[in-house]
Design a protein. Structure first.
Length: 524
């Protein structure tokens, strides 16, 4: 059982109010510096309405705006909605079992039970309609409660009421019904323009018929209804042109979104602290294992494992975080995009760039610790290339996570993420002990693994760049010369810049897939 209620007014309003005007109108100006989490329940409801008022839309759809509120807060919210309706807006909301005083605030009601419409018409005409069907509402009884009681599990009453109102195709006005059809509407009003411009008429009357509106005075507005097919065609036509009429430029949208995202990041102190702790702890654990071991010529495989651990840490850290967090961001983005606050291009650019500073700072902390704890040469060019490669791997891994998060939910993404990363991990660690025996086809396949490219690039950075001979306390040390290690791994002829370019290509590809996923989500 549900009630679909509406308030309305004829007066149009074309001026888009400023933020201050919206806050004043909703009595939120005194709380403008208060965090959302500190607002009361009624204030949060009003804030959600304020967000929708930014674009001053002519029609509002609200799902249970009074849920979770006490009677006083609920009445304040509905009085606010009624005031907004009297300013020229159409307010449509669902509500369950309102009190009698709240129920009377609505101009028009649409009652649904078991998927059937059992009443549509003016709020004050609900009791006469029920009486005409043989269901007399007791005196001093809430009509909203009564209609729910007589239709709760009573199939006969539901069938009788639904038949009397033609399952919502008729509107009960002053003890008689009025068909909601374009033809009879045009005949009664004598307006010939509705017949000459039928497509435009359908767009206007569909909004009225969906809400079933009447003036507060009770006079009939003769709402009409159009076919679902025509409405779908018109909606599709509008949505295809939704990137053409934003009031601000793409640059202004990007800058506003970028500042908002950076502010949100700075306010997420607990998340930043946890990420910092995670990076420092893992860096210390790796540093303890390989402490001052970088110059030991007898530990070639330990050096390679060190490079693997750095790449694996960045891959899983920055891939799984977007898989878990980005789906919720996408939901918010879809709502704001639908409200025409900004375009997808602006959001995508702001989202991409706003995440880079945190990545660079946290990665540099981790990489600085592991680099010097391992005892690698204190050479600026080697250190910065080492960090540059790891940060690119971060961006690639994050691109994979964003691409997954843009398409799948958190639950499905948690399964898809490891499934996508696992093959890359398998190719990354394959064949280092028999690298010269690997076929060219397998080598080409391994190029598709961003982890493999990252590991090879790090090994070339650690053992290449004209590094001096390693220390060795044994009688014979086969890997004393760094070039021997590179030859054994069959990468002595490889270039670190080739691997970096491959990583850039993979990064662009995954982020493009993320954009395609977002474009698909906002189109559905």
């Amino acid at each position: 059982m549900g009630l679909l209620c509406a308030t309305s007014n004829r007066m149009p309003q074309g001026f888009v109010p400023k933020v201050q005007e919206v806050l004043n109108g909703l009595c939120l100006f005194e709380s403008k510096t208060t965090r959302t989490e500190m607002l009361s329940g009624g204030q949060k409801k009003r804030l959600s309405i304020a967000l929708e008022l930014i674009n001053n839309p002519p029609v509002f759809f609200l799902d249970e705006p009074t849920s979770g509120l006490d009677n006083v807060s609920a009445k304040q919210v509905l009085l606010l909605l009624r005031t907004l309706a009297r300013q020229g807006r159409t307010i449509v909301c669902t509500i369950h079992q309102p009190s009698a005083s709240l129920f009377q605030l609505f101009d028009h009601v649409y009652v649904v039970s078991q998927g059937l419409c059992v009443y549509q018409g003016a709020t004050e005409q609900l009791v006469p309609f029920l009486s005409s069907a043989g269901l007399t509402c007791p005196t001093n009884h809430n009509p909203a409660d009564f209609v729910i009681e007589v239709t709760d599990g009573e199939d006969d009453n539901i069938a009788r009421l639904s038949q009397a109102i033609c399952n919502g195709k008729m509107s009960w006005i002053q003890t008689h019904t009025i068909p909601l059809t374009i033809q009879e509407d045009a005949k009664k009003s004598g307006d010939t323009t509705k017949q000459t411009d039928r497509h435009s008429c359908q767009f206007q009357t569909k909004n009225v018929a969906t809400t079933g509106l009447h003036d507060s005075s009770g006079s009939n507005r003769h709402p009409s209804i159009s076919s679902n097919m025509d409405w779908a065609v018109m909606y599709k036509h509008i949505s295809e042109t939704d990137d053409l009429d934003y009031p601000t430029s793409t640059w202004c949208q990007f800058w506003a979104l970028f500042r908002r995202m950076m502010l949100q990041t700075s306010r997420s102190r607990l998340a930043l602290q946890l990420q910092m702790f995670h990076h420092v702890l893992c860096a210390l654990m790796i540093g303890v294992v390989v402490y001052q071991n970088a110059s030991d010529g007898s530990e070639m495989f330990k050096h390679v494992k060190f490079c693997m651990s750095v790449i694996l840490f960045h891959s899983y850290t920055w891939c799984m975080a977007p898989v878990l967090l980005f789906p919720n961001e996408v939901k918010l983005m879809k709502k704001e995009y639908f409200n025409r606050w900004y375009g997808l291009n602006s959001f995508y650019m702001a989202m991409t760039l706003s995440k880079i500073p945190v990545q660079i700072i946290l990665s540099m902390i981790f990489l600085t610790l592991v680099y010097f704890l391992n005892g690698l040469p204190a050479e600026c060019h080697r250190f910065f290339l080492f960090c540059f490669i790891a940060i690119i791997v971060c961006l690639v891994a994050e691109g994979i996570g964003l691409a997954i998060g843009s398409v799948f939910s958190v639950t499905n993404g948690c399964a898809v993420g490891p499934m996508v990363v696992a093959p890359s991990l398998g190719l990354a660690v394959y064949g280092f002990d028999f690298a010269e025996q690997i076929s060219w086809t397998m080598n080409a396949l391994m190029k598709t693994s961003f982890m493999r490219c990252g590991i090879v690039a790090l090994v070339l950075t650690v053992f290449g760049l004209d590094r001096a001979d390693l220390d060795c306390n044994e009688l014979y040390c086969h890997f004393k010369k760094p070039i021997v290690t590179l030859r054994m791994l069959d990468i002595d002829n490889s270039s670190v810049w080739t691997e970096i370019l491959t990583l850039f290509g993979l990064m662009v590809m995954f982020r493009f897939l993320c954009y395609i996923g977002l474009r698909r989500r906002v189109a559905t």
